[in-house]
Design a protein around this ligand. Structure first.
Ligand SMILES: O=c1ccn([C@@H]2O[C@H](COP(=O)(O)OP(=O)(O)O[C@H]3O[C@H](CO)[C@@H](O)[C@H](O)[C@H]3O)[C@@H](O)[C@H]2O)c(=O)[nH]1
Ligand SMILES: O=P(O)(O)OC[C@H]1O[C@](O)(CO)[C@@H](O)[C@@H]1O
Length: 509
């Protein structure tokens, strides 16, 4: 089979360059890469289609073609979309329609050999899947990774602030792209039941897809790379990473506290990851402060508690954290630093170093669509405290059985209690370290993710009629002419979000 992966946010390269440097980089790139490589290893031909970026700040994303060392049948293909330089994903929409999709079609016309099927990633990839299917009949699966509706909820959108918020986030494009994607995909792939039944049933997606229709959804679990994160794996720079951490702890942590366990957080520096909530929980609990230090892994920023970040988005996250550290005088108990190369290998070595001192991994995101990071920490041997909102409620709990401690991210006392549970009781630490690790080893492998994708794609291609779609939403005209219709779009977003009018798309065709 020949499969195209539509991943327009053009920050994709074989080395995972800059993986933590911008909020658009992170889990989705890891997911696409791992599934693509595992499918290719099973003998299929894979094209990862992404945006070409010609920008001195991001030289890794400029060449049209790239391959993975030692892998024959995967190509990264970068095609232009709008201006040459890097653009945040929120600004890509019109360029995808005007440029990127036509460039993909032209590329395959010139090369011959269109893919048999596409897998589309995030709302922007989904929209491109819709448009490509419309032109060529090639079916696509849709994997949302993160849906706009939950982000809007967490941003507390009201009719008063909608216009202002949308200036930054362009939800007006995103929500409608997501509606079209989930409506027209051959099937929607979610990482959890919760994503299918709760995230997709948000009112803004009403009428686009029926979450109770088994023909429209497949739940495919993502994975963790055991060769990187496994407890016995070793990276080339294992010792150097251990030394780097020790140096940073020596820089930031009071001498008498340096051998204490650590509460470690590692995520993109983005407000919704709620690193602030974790710092506040640490600040309010004398017990936690007595028993552990807090370590924040901060991508490329090496001393963000003392130095301002030049990047505005990171600074928005870090400034209030700095305030809490100052106000509650947490100096000597908190350390924040980046890993020298920000690679998954160094992150894995960091986790293994911290396991030895009975540390705990924490992800207190306000909402986490799935969450690869806690799986990776768990397989390395760290017990996990994770948000109860989103994917972790399924990856770290089944029925009454707990594999990690789930906490309410909006309740700092609950976060503190969850952490204390592991740090104050050796048996609990032991239990959760074991249970979390075994859970990931048994259920979360990228090979089985890839096998499940392949099975679905084979079914879709061999008998498309077995997965009938509901009435198709018309592709909205303004996707073809974004400039002229923006205002109409904005009103429609309000209608969708606040629920007064569900007819908008039907009328717009
Ligand atoms: O220094 C670092 C820090 C992180 N990472 C990697 O970055 C990824 C982060 O992924 P994840 O924890 O899943 O978070 P997001 O980046 O927010 O990913 C989005 O996409 C993922 C894949 O669908 C979903 O699991 C998330 O919920 C969704 O928010 C992980 O694989 C980490 O190993 C590094 O490589 N180096
Ligand atoms: O915050 P958002 O827009 O919901 O998106 C989550 C983001 O996480 C990522 O998946 C990072 O992996 C991005 O590609 C995606 O844009």
């Amino acid at each position: 089979m020949h499969i195209g992966f539509l991943n327009p946010q053009g920050n994709f390269d074989s080395a995972n360059s800059h993986i933590t440097k911008h909020p658009d980089f992170g889990g989705q790139l890891i997911y696409v890469k791992q599934v693509a490589l595992a499918i290719a290893q099973m003998g299929h031909k894979v094209d990862i289609l992404t945006r070409q970026i010609i920008d001195p700040e991001w030289p890794e994303f400029a060449e049209t073609f790239e391959t993975y060392p030692g892998v024959d049948n995967v190509r990264i293909i970068r095609l232009p979309a709008g201006p040459k330089e890097f653009l945040p994903k929120e600004l890509l929409w019109p360029h995808l329609v005007a440029d990127w999709v036509p460039n993909i079609l032209k590329f395959y016309q010139e090369q011959g050999g269109l893919p048999d099927a596409m897998t589309a990633h995030y709302g922007d990839g989904g929209l491109c899947g819709v448009l490509i299917e419309e032109e060529t009949g090639i079916p696509f699966t849709f994997t949302a990774h993160s849906l706009g509706a939950q982000k809007m909820d967490k941003l507390e959108v009201t009719s008063e602030n909608l216009t202002e918020i949308d200036e930054q986030f362009n939800f007006r494009y995103r929500i409608l792209a997501e509606r079209l994607s989930m409506n027209r995909s051959a099937i929607n792939i979610t990482s959890t039941r919760q994503e299918r039944f709760e995230q997709y049933s948000h009112r803004v997606y009403s009428g686009a897809v029926d979450v109770n229709n088994d023909n429209r959804f497949a739940i495919i679990l993502p994975g963790a790379d055991f060769s990187i994160f496994g407890a016995k794996a070793r990276s080339e720079n294992e010792e150097a990473t251990y030394q780097h951490i020790q140096e940073r702890l020596a820089r930031d942590i009071a001498e008498t506290r340096r051998d204490l366990p650590v509460i470690v957080a590692s995520s993109r520096l983005e407000l919704k990851k709620n690193i602030l909530g974790l710092v506040q929980a640490f600040a309010m609990s004398p017990t936690l402060q007595e028993r552990a230090n807090l370590v924040l892994i901060t991508g490329g920023l090496d001393d963000p508690l003392r130095e301002e970040a030049s990047d505005g988005i990171a600074e928005e996250v870090l400034a209030p954290i700095r305030e809490v550290v100052k106000e509650k005088d947490l100096w000597g108990k908190v350390s924040a630093f980046g890993l020298s190369d920000q690679s998954q290998e160094s992150l894995a070595a960091t986790y293994r170093f911290l396991v030895k001192r009975r540390s705990v991994f924490a992800l207190t995101a306000l909402y986490e669509p799935f969450g690869l990071a806690p799986l990776e920490a768990a397989v390395a041997g760290l017990p996990v405290v994770a948000t109860k909102n989103g994917g972790p409620s399924e990856s770290f709990r089944q029925g009454d059985k707990e594999y990690g401690v789930l906490v309410d991210p909006e309740d700092t006392a609950d976060i503190a209690r969850g952490l204390e549970r592991l740090l104050c009781n050796a048996q609990e630490w032991e239990y959760f370290a074991q249970a979390g690790q075994q859970r990931v080893l048994k259920k979360y492998t990228w090979e089985s993710t890839a096998e499940n994708y392949l099975t679905l794609l084979e079914q879709i291609l061999s008998s498309p009629e077995t997965r009938p779609r509901a009435e198709l939403l018309p592709i909205h005209a303004y996707f073809r002419n974004p400039e002229s219709q923006t205002d109409v779009f904005l009103e429609e977003l309000g209608d969708l979000y606040f629920g007064s009018n569900q007819k908008v798309l039907i009328n717009a065709g």
